[in-house]
Structures are given as C-alpha cells and as structure tokens.
Write a protein that binds this ligand. Structure first.
Ligand code: ADP
Ligand code: MG
Length: 230
C-alpha cells in the first residue's frame, strides 16, 4: 500500500489569475445559455434542435469548470455552521445512488455514531464528498464495493474514509493527483481533487490517500470535530 500525504504547496500553482478569469467567463456564459435555451424552445427542425442541445451540454461543462474555479477565487468566503457530517454524506450518497446502481457498485455506509457534528460550510463539504465518491464510482467501471466510514480518529477530527475496490492509482501517479487539469479520464477535467483538497485545507482539515494498483483506493478526510471545540 502506497500512502501519499497531500502537499499544500501544489495548490499554489493555481493563481488568483485563473480564479479571476473564471469570474469574467460567468456572465457571458449565462447569457449564452439563456439565448440557446430560448432558441431550443422554438426550434422545430429536429437536427437543429439536436445541435442546440449539444451546445447546451457543452455550456454546462464549461459552467462546471468555472464553478470549480470560483471556489478558489473566494477561499475565505465560507459560511461556517454546525452540521451533522453523517447526514451531509447521506445526502451526497442519495444524489449518486443512480450512478452507483447503473454501474453495479454496492454502497456500504457505517458511522461510529448516528450524528457527528463539525463546523463546516455545508455546500463546500458536500462538494468534497461528491467529488471523492464520484471518483470512486468512476474507478469501478465493472462494479465493486464502495465503503464509506465515519469515525472519530481522536477527539479532534472526524475521519471520513471513502474506499473503492477499483483500478487503483500507480505510485508515480499518486504524486500528480490534485494537480490542476491532471486527469486520466476521457471526459475528466482534472479539477475535482484540486478543489477538494483546497476546501478541506480551508476547513483546517487534511486529506491523505492510500492506493494499491488493481485493488482499490481510499481517500481519507480529516475534518475538525465540533466535539473538540466544545
Ligand atoms: P477527474 O475526475 O475529472 O479526472 P479529479 O481531480 O477528480 O479529476 O481526479 C484526478 C485523477 O485522479 C483522475 O483522473 C484519476 O486518475 C485519479 N483518481 C481520483 N480518484 C480515484 C480513485 N478513487 N481511483 C482511481 N483513480 C482516482
Ligand atoms: Mg473527479
């Protein structure tokens, strides 16, 4: 088993510039989407309608990338509240339930306690879980087991682990995950992990990855627990 501790300096490679550009792209993108939807409504020619729908799909793809970069633009702009991490995870799992089933992935969730509280920005942490769970499902194209567990690693952190029985990550590639645009997927954008590491860092948490080629991967997330802060 190879273990790799995520290094924060990798994130410095993505500057404020990219985040600023993302901001500028947002507005024209919104009007492109609006007008394309408008044209789609009135279109009667099937072929033209199909083209317009492709344009809409592609606009959505750009929009996803822009949204990821926006997280970097305002890293300090978090809405911190006391939340139950178990229910945040349950929520994410229900969103991805269909994807898991479709791919023959069995999902197992176990948590040390029914409710485990932390002070987090719920939407951001949801985004982190979503990215990790999605990656895990995508790593098992022929099905497998997805095991998620939530424990107190000690009083200080909630330890969330996301384990798949998928393709695994070779040692030399373990160093590259989380680099902007690093992807091994045909339709990947290679931003999910970078954003996720950044969000966890902004929560004063930590991420570490264990992987064995051909056996599977575990993403471990440590989130400061409410227990400790009182
Ligand atoms: P994307 O999913 O768009 O490729 P990510 O930043 O989410 O971008 O992931 C980057 C890369 O890390 C993936 O392309 C894949 O090679 C690797 N990876 C991430 N999670 C896993 C996993 N659970 N199992 C195997 N490889 C993974
Ligand atoms: Mg991903």
């Amino acid at each position: 088993t190879e273990e790799y501790m995520h290094r924060q300096d990798k994130l410095a490679a993505v500057g404020q510039l990219a985040a600023g550009v993302a901001h500028e792209i947002r507005n024209p993108l919104t009007s492109m989407k609006g007008y394309t939807e408008f044209l789609t409504m009135d279109e009667e020619d099937e072929e033209r309608k199909e083209y317009l729908e492709i344009i809409l799909d592609e606009i959505d793809r750009v929009d996803d990338i822009v949204e990821d970069f926006m997280v970097l633009a305002k890293p300090k702009d978090l809405t911190m509240e006391v939340k139950d991490i178990v229910s945040v995870m349950n929520n994410v799992l229900s969103l991805l339930d269909y994807d898991a089933r479709k791919q023959g992935v069995a999902v197992h969730l176990r948590s040390e306690e029914e409710v485990m509280k932390a002070i987090v920005d719920e939407n951001r942490i949801k985004q982190v879980f979503l990215n990790f769970v999605k990656n895990a499902i995508e790593a098992m194209p022929n099905g497998g087991d997805l095991t998620i567990s939530l424990d107190y690693s000690n009083q200080k952190y909630i330890h969330v682990s996301i384990t798949d029985t998928g393709v695994g990550i070779p040692e030399e590639k373990l160093k590259r995950i989380g680099e902007p645009f690093y992807t091994t997927k045909e339709k990947g954008n290679g931003l999910g992990l970078m954003i996720s590491f950044k969000i966890v860092e902004n929560h004063n948490g930590r991420v570490y990855v264990e992987s064995e080629l051909g056996k599977g991967t575990t993403f471990n997330v440590l989130i400061p627990s409410k227990r400790y802060s009182g």
